[in-house]
Design a binder for this molecule. Structure first.
Ligand SMILES: *Cc1c(COP(=O)(O)O)cnc(C)c1O
Length: 266
């Protein structure tokens, strides 16, 4: 036993590592329970919330255990890591991959190749790059537009005021099937301030729906993670992206995945 484990290194103690199929079954059941209770509070059907397990930093062996326990779609923040895993687990033919992190245009080719969804669209350049690659591949891609609802300068995502025009402009990219909006809320222990981010995203979606040409639907709200998914569900989340509550704490700091400055808890 190492007596001097740095708590930061050990990760969040609320989330012990899942190491067996049984661990994953139990964690998934617990998360689904919490989803159901949050739905109940606001009169929603639990089936209206899709649970997207987030497997970033988790190795292949543990991902296979989670798959056995029922994780048939996985969210990954970094494209190359996701691509490597997809290649290694191509025997799991019904496993779907969702990219939920910032994309550089030179990686659009990879996304077009293997992902079934991209949740972090926030620039015309990336839309163009994806469209070109998807045309080559001959298929479409479900996308979510990422919105910066916390106002933190360091976060990815479009400013809320730019979203309506941006979504309208996506009509020029027919391979991109716009499904909804995605956000990362403020990382804060103050629930009221976190909730404001989710309310903002929902109001934005409502506005867009009235604004889009007929036939276009933006119905999904991807919001909520291990620490805040219940609040997100109360405010209308249709997709929650949950990593640590299923897999266990990550030891890498969040700043590895998001621009620096977003990792500190307020
Ligand atoms: C890592 C990540 C999550 C999941 O966060 P957890 O704290 O593990 O639940 C959700 N969304 C995005 C974009 C992420 O990068």
């Amino acid at each position: 036993m190492n007596e001097s484990v740095d708590p930061q290194e050990a990760g969040d103690p609320r989330y012990p590592q899942a190491l067996t199929v049984e661990d994953f079954r139990r964690n998934l059941a617990e998360v689904r329970n919490r989803i159901a209770r949050a739905c109940e509070r606001v009169g929603r059907a639990p089936s209206s919330v899709r649970l997207l397990p987030v497997s970033k930093t988790v190795d292949e062996a543990r991902i296979r255990l989670s798959y056995e326990a029922g994780c048939k779609e996985l969210g990954e923040n970094k494209v190359q890591e996701a691509y490597r895993k997809w290649e290694a687990m191509s025997d799991l033919t019904d496993l779907r991959w969702s990219i939920i992190g910032h994309l550089q245009t030179n990686k659009a080719r990879l996304v077009a190749q293997f992902a079934s969804e991209f949740q972090a669209l926030d620039s015309v350049r990336v839309a163009e790059a994806l469209e070109r690659r998807l045309q080559t591949e001959g298929h479409g891609l479900d996308v979510f537009v990422q919105v910066n609802t916390s106002g933190e300068a360091s976060k990815y995502g479009l400013p809320p005021d730019d979203v309506v025009a941006f979504v309208r402009g996506l009509a020029a990219y027919p391979a991109l099937r716009v499904r909804g909006l995605m956000t990362l809320a403020l990382l804060s222990s103050e629930t009221a301030r976190v909730r404001e981010c989710f309310v903002l995203l929902r109001n934005l979606k409502d506005r867009i729906q009235h604004d889009l040409p007929r036939g276009n639907e933006v119905t999904e709200l991807s919001m909520g993670m291990s620490g805040d998914f219940e609040t997100a569900i109360e405010e209308g989340a249709t997709v929650v992206r949950v990593g640590q509550a299923i897999y266990g704490a990550r030891t890498l700091p969040d700043s590895y995945f998001w621009p620096s400055g977003t990792a500190s808890r307020e």
